[in-house]
Structure formats: C-alpha cells, structure tokens
Write a protein that binds this ligand. Structure first.
Ligand code: KIV
Length: 295
C-alpha cells in the first residue's frame, strides 16, 4: 500500500518505487467516471493532461487549452481519485508571463482543483527558475522533455526527438537541470529507448516514459489512445487495449435501429399504472372533457 493510513500514492512513494525497481503506472484522465475506474484499478498517477484539448475538446493541438478548461477537468478527476496522485498539466501561456502569475496559476491546480502537483513542459533557463519558485511555494512539479507538444509550431511537426548526438545530449542536460531545479519526476516523450535508458540511469527522480521505450521508471499513455476512442492515426508507441470506438459505434447504431423499429423502449423498460387506476383515470378524464364540452 502506498501510505498506511490514507492509501494515497505520495511523491516519496513514487521515489521509493524507483529505488525498488518497481514500475510506476500512469494514465491521463479528464473526467470523474474514468478517473474512478483508474483509481480502483491501482493506477499510481493520474495526469490531467492538456491533451484534453485534442482528445476531448476537439482542438487541433494543445495550444488553445485554457486554465479554466484545465481546472474544470481537474476537479472531477481529483474528486474521483482516492488513491492515485493527481497531476494537473499547466496549459500553454499559463506559465509564460510573470513568475508571479505562473505561480498563482499553478496554485489554482492545488487550491481550487484538488491536484497534488503540476506538470510543466520544457527546461529553458527561465523555466528552471520558475520551477524553483513553484517548489518554494510548496507546489510539486513534474518536468517534461523530449517532444513537448506545446512547442509544436517551433518543431513544425510531432516527431521523435534526440535522434542525433547534439539533440540527445541537450535532452540529457535538460533532464539533469530539471532534477537540479527540484522536480519530483520527469516525463520523457518520444525519444529513442537507449536515450531514455541513459537518462533514467542518470536521474535520482523517476522518469515516466511515453514513446520512450521500456527502460523508464514508469509509463504513461493518453487514456483515449489506450482504449481506442479515436479511429484515426495512432503513434507507433500506443498499444490499443480495446476498440472502444468500434464498440460504441455498434451500440449507438443498434439503439438507433431499435428506436426506429419500435423495439426500444420495450415493456420491461416501461413503468406501469395498475389497471383499476387506469380505469379511474380514463373515467375521470372522460368526465372532465364532457364538462368542458357542456360549458
Ligand atoms: O498532455 C498530456 O497528456 C501529456 C502526456 C502525453 C504526458 O503531457
């Protein structure tokens, strides 16, 4: 059990998992029912990712996601998660202006939404300074390097990072700098597995991989990819455990046909009036409509 009294997964518990060589299991969630199932299934960490924008809100990328949307979706996840550690993802431009505003925005994830930590993409010098300020404000931070989707317009496209020596070296340095700044964990996204192994061995804090191979201390996937919510393109690193798109499509078509053909609702889906009450009702109704006519 994570914590004897509360059962809550804590940051020291995640750290101990790395030391014991036990994998950390993480997933994204954006609503109450899914987070509840994850929590009951023993998921260690639930990230309310800004992938929300793409998989739930229908945006083309994560750039338009607002603080309001993130807080709105973090609240039900935090209400559902009785055991898992809940991390809120700071959306684009919620941590790019002043340090003061960024710390305030991060605090809303803890104070208003009930998360236990925040995640921030990138490791620029300014970002590292901000991470130190967040930790000073008692806000635990998860780092994120490799492919950072909020930099999509800078990168041009989503593709594997760290495939040449210079880029790989920079990612290692970024991860080390994040650790020095005080993050409790680092997400490694879309990098070669050999690079993820090197970083995982160099860091004392756990690495959580997505598209980073099997050597990370933990793994995370976007829930909607794991269950096959989309029938479009899926990156190579995704394993689809169920085809929920197909299941839902079939169920909804069956419902449509049942309604059109008068098969649903059937008698067993209907409430009934006792025959004597029905008789009285018809008599009363006939009486009152006769009175109205006589008026
Ligand atoms: O937004 C998100 O879901 C993420 C994960 C992919 C790590 O950042």
């Amino acid at each position: 059990m994570p914590d004897e009294k509360s059962q809550r997964v804590t940051i020291p518990f995640l750290q101990a998992k790395k030391e014991r060589n036990e994998k950390i299991v993480a997933l994204t969630a954006y609503d109450f029912p899914v987070a509840k199932i994850m929590d009951a299934s023993g998921i260690d960490l639930i990230l309310v990712g800004d992938s929300l924008g793409m998989v739930v809100l229908g945006y083309e990328n994560t750039i338009p996601v607002s603080m309001e949307e993130m807080i709105h979706h973090t609240k039900p996840v935090a209400r559902a998660a009785k055991n898992a550690l809940v991390v809120g993802d700071m959306p684009y431009f919620s941590f790019h202006l002043s340090e003061e505003e960024s710390v305030y925005n991060a605090s809303l994830f803890l104070k208003e939404a009930g998360a236990h930590a925040v995640k921030i993409e990138g490791a620029s010098r300014r970002r590292l300074k901000l991470i130190e300020a967040l930790i000073e404000a008692e806000i635990p931070v998860m780092g994120h390097v490799g492919l950072t989707p909020q930099s999509i317009h800078h990168f041009g496209q989503f593709k594997v990072k760290g495939k040449d020596v210079d880029e790989a070296e920079k990612i290692i340095q970024d991860a080390l700098n994040l650790e020095k700044a005080g993050v409790f964990s680092v997400v490694l996204e879309c990098i070669p597995k050999e690079l993820a192994k090197l970083i995982t061995e160099r860091l004392r804090v756990p690495t959580i991989g997505i598209g980073a191979g099997p050597y990370c201390d933990g793994q995370i996937l976007v829930f909607h990819d794991l269950v096959g919510f989309s029938n479009g393109y899926l990156p190579k690193f995704v394993k689809k455990y169920v085809d929920i798109h197909e299941l839902l499509h079939r169920a909804i078509q069956e419902y449509r046909d049942d309604v059109r053909e008068g098969k649903f609702p059937a008698d067993n889906h209907s409430y009934h009036l006792k025959p004597e009450l029905l008789r009285k009702l018809i008599e009363r109704d006939a009486g009152s409509s006769g009175k109205k006519k006589g008026k």
